[in-house]
Structure formats: structure tokens, C-alpha cells
Design a protein around this ligand. Structure first.
Ligand code: PA5
Length: 430
């Protein structure tokens, strides 16, 4: 299971300016403990539906059955059309479980088109064989401009390419009752899965939004739910600072409010988990960034890559950040360097890349600690479906806790809706 190393928030490690005494940390977490029960009690209520997603065995079965039935079409491309919460989770799953180069070598490819940049879309349309493409159109509201525009283009293209068979190239994921996408599904008889109304877009990765594309790409959808369920169980049981969601939320809130650190950096030392950090950026930003609150503003980074772009700022720039590192204990593959390099780099001979990456992580977390900058590390056993599911549940629960700590509704997004309305006005001239 995922563990949190919290040495680098303690006074003994990072000094008196930002460091905490162990007793202060203990008391802080115990004081916030009742919020865990409050979140659990709300399971299933508006927004809190994400807590129940791991229990939906019936949906999992339906998804697996649908994915198995699609095999006969030998799709080369599973093309997701969605944006925000209807895209970022799929991308996170895809990169975590398939790696970053799978699009080049593997079929079916799982691709996410989450923008209306005409060059990006033209490129995809020209390069991919549409006859061998299944479009998964995801929009909870069924009325978001970007995915609906892409759906319109895809429908037109497929009507030309596949004639009366165009419908078999589409599956929708949307609200069970409202929205244009649901209406089209009903009118045209297109297969459609549901985003439960009590689950917000950015909390929907463990619903059909994440599970269906995963299953269509041959990934372990059941494992995602299993990991999430285990994590939910752990969060429900563990007390005080042993509770990972509570610990993360309490620290983030404390460092923002008490130590003026309104920014949170999430930095996996693992390419496969980089998009989980992007997914988290939306989750935190849209859930807590409201009512004029100062933070936390999320930043995502990749280790070791961003050591060579951002760490200077983090170490010596404004002391306004709290850091969450993700460290994978057992990487799926490794490579050893032979006796190749001469002095002064001969110390690399015989080392594995895994060891070098880990040394880079230690170098960064320790240098931040020495500069008094608080950081914690999520120690992740390996990147499989269970751990990815567990990470989703951990962060969703943590953000729900933050909602209570900041006193904001963590499940609405009026700022996003405002922009959506203005976009529609501009385009419709009304
Ligand atoms: O979290 C949210 O609610 C938003 O970011 C949505 O996911 C995003 O705006 C896309 O909305 P929809 O799924 O309705 O197309």
C-alpha cells in the first residue's frame, strides 16, 4: 500500500521557520479526524458519489461485456473525445498503465483528443484510419462546446466513411437523463454509458469515464476499482497521521494557512505517473480554488526532468510552496550501465537508471529540506492498476477533506461554467 514519508516537514529536518514538532503534527491530524467521518457519512450525496464508485460491480461487468463484444471489430484506435474531467483521468490511466510510447507501437491505441486546436485535430484525422476507429464521446453535461464540436466532425466523417454503419463507431458516456448527447444516443440508438449525477466531472475517473476506455484498451479496469476500494477502506480505518488522505489534507491546509504556502507542487519521479499529477492539478484547482481563497494553487512537475527547469526557483525563490513527491519503489523495468564512462563520470558505471532516478529524487527532496522547504513523499510500491486506482481515491478523498477545511463546495465549478456560457454566447451570437 502507498505510504507517506513525512520526515521533511519536521523541525528536526527543515528547521524552525517551517518545521513542525511531531506532537504538533499529531494534534493537527487528530483535531481534523472528525472530518473523515463527515466525508464518509456523505457518501452518495451530491458530489460525494465518487466514494461509492468502487462498489459498482454491475457496471464493471457491463463495461467488460461491452469491451469484449467490441473485439470483433479489431479497432486500431480508441479515440476519446472529451475535455477536463472527461479527459484527464483517461490520459492518466493510459500513461500509467500503457507507458508513454504505446501510441506508436500498440493496437488498439488509446488516444485522447481534448482540444479543438484545428492543427491537432487535422493531424489526427489525416493520420488515423477512421474505418478502424471507435469514438468514445465523453461529456457529463452533454453540452460542452469542445467535445460536441469534435463529435459533429467525427459523425460527418464517419457518415461519409462508413455510410449507414456510422453508429457502430460511437459510444457515449454522459448523464443518464439530460443533455444533448443523451438525446442523440436515444434518437440514434447509440450505445451510451452513464456518469452518475452525484459524481462531478473531475471525480469521475472511476466511473465509466475512466473504466470504459481502459477496458476497451485491454487494461485492468477491475484492478483500478480494487485499488480504490482498498484505499477507501484504509482511509476509513486509519487514525490521525496514519491516515494518508487526512495527513495530506491537514498538511496542505496547515502550510497554506499557517506558513503562507499557497502553492502545492506534485512531482512524480516516474514518467508513467506524470499525467496523474496533471489530473490532480484539475481536481485541486477546480475543487478548492473558489470564493477568493488564496490557495492551494497546484503545479505539476516531472522528476528528474524538472529538476533542470524549476528546482532553482523552488530552492531559492519565494518560500511559498508545499511539495508532494511520488516515488515508485519497484519500477517495472530497469537498465544497468556497463563499464563505459571514464573519469570523472565513472561513478555511473554499474549503476542502474532506477538508482540514478532515485538518487535524483533524494537530491531534490534533501536539498529542499536543507533550504527549509517542506515536502512529503508518497512511496508507491509499483505502477499497476491497483496502485493507480488507490491514488485516485486517495487524492479525491483528500480534496473532499480540503473542501471541508476551507469551507468551500468542492464539487461545483461556477468559474468553469461562467467561461463555458460566454464561449457559447460568442459562438451563437445570442
Ligand atoms: O470537473 C468538471 O466538472 C469540469 O472540468 C468538466 O469535467 C469539464 O468542463 C467537461 O465537462 P463535461 O464532461 O460536461 O463535458
Amino acid at each position: 500500500m502507498i505510504k507517506i514519508n513525512r520526515q521533511n516537514i519536521l523541525k528536526a529536518k527543515i528547521g524552525p521557520k517551517n518545521g513542525m514538532e511531531p506532537a504538533v503534527l499529531r494534534e493537527l491530524c487528530m483535531a481534523k479526524q472528525p472530518l473523515v467521518a463527515a466525508v464518509l457519512r456523505s457518501a452518495g450525496k451530491e458530489g460525494y458519489g465518487f466514494l461509492k464508485l468502487p462498489d459498482n460491480a454491475k457496471l464493471l461487468k457491463q463495461i467488460q461485456t461491452f469491451a469484449a463484444a467490441q473485439k470483433k471489430y479489431k479497432w486500431e484506435n480508441i479515440l476519446v473525445l472529451g475535455i477536463g474531467g472527461s479527459a484527464l483521468g483517461v490520459t492518466a490511466i493510459k500513461e500509467a498503465l500503457l507507458g508513454c510510447f504505446h501510441d506508436v507501437f500498440r493496437k488498439p491505441r488509446l488516444l485522447v483528443l481534448d482540444n479543438v486546436d484545428p492543427v491537432f485535430i487535422t493531424d489526427a484525422a489525416e493520420r488515423l484510419d477512421m474505418k478502424k476507429t471507435l469514438f468514445v464521446v465523453i461529456s457529463k453535461s452533454g453540452t460542452t462546446v469542445e467535445p460536441m464540436a469534435l463529435f459533429a466532425l467525427a459523425k460527418e466523417k464517419m457518415m461519409k466513411t462508413a455510410g449507414k454503419n456510422w453508429k457502430k463507431h460511437f459510444v457515449f458516456i454522459t448523464d443518464p437523463r439530460v443533455g444533448l448527447l443523451r438525446e442523440i444516443a436515444g434518437n440514434e440508438g447509440i450505445a451510451a454509458f452513464e456518469v452518475p449525477p452525484n459524481v462531478g466531472g473531475r471525480y469521475s475517473v472511476l466511473s465509466s469515464v475512466g473504466l470504459l476506455p481502459a477496458a476497451l484498451a485491454g487494461l485492468d479496469a477491475a484492478g483500478l476499482l480494487k485499488g480504490a476500494k482498498k484505499m477507501r477502506g484504509l482511509i476509513a480505518k486509519a487514525k490521525g497521521e496514519e491516515n494518508p488522505a487526512l495527513l495530506l489534507a491537514a498538511l496542505q491546509h496547515y502550510f497554506d494557512k499557517e506558513k503562507k504556502k499557497p502553492m502545492t507542487v506534485v512531482m512524480p519521479y516516474c514518467n508513467e505517473l506524470w499525467r496523474v499529477a496533471d489530473w490532480y492539478r484539475q481536481l485541486l484547482a477546480e475543487s478548492i480554488g473558489k470564493n477568493g481563497h488564496s490557495g492551494p494553487t497546484p503545479l505539476s512537475a516531472l522528476g528528474a526532468t524538472d529538476q533542470h527547469s524549476q528546482v532553482q526557483l523552488w530552492n531559492e525563490g519565494p518560500d511559498n510552496k508545499f511539495f508532494i513527491f511520488l516515488r515508485v519503489i519497484s519500477q517495472a523495468a530497469d537498465l544497468k550501465i556497463g563499464k563505459i564512462l571514464p573519469k570523472p563520470m565513472d561513478f555511473l558505471n554499474g549503476k542502474t537508471l532506477g538508482r540514478i532516478l532515485d538518487a535524483s529524487y533524494k537530491g531534490t527532496s534533501e536539498s529542499l529540506a536543507k533550504n527549509g522547504r517542506p515536502n512529503v513523499t508518497l512511496e508507491i510500491p509499483k505502477t499497476d492498476a491497483e496502485t493507480v486506482g488507490a491514488l485516485f481515491m486517495l487524492f479525491e478523498f483528500q480534496v473532499a477533506l480540503l473542501g471541508l477545511m476551507y469551507g468551500v463546495n468542492a464539487f461545483n465549478q461556477p468559474g468553469v461554467e461562467h467561461g463555458k456560457q460566454i464561449t457559447k454566447k460568442i459562438l451563437s451570437g445570442r
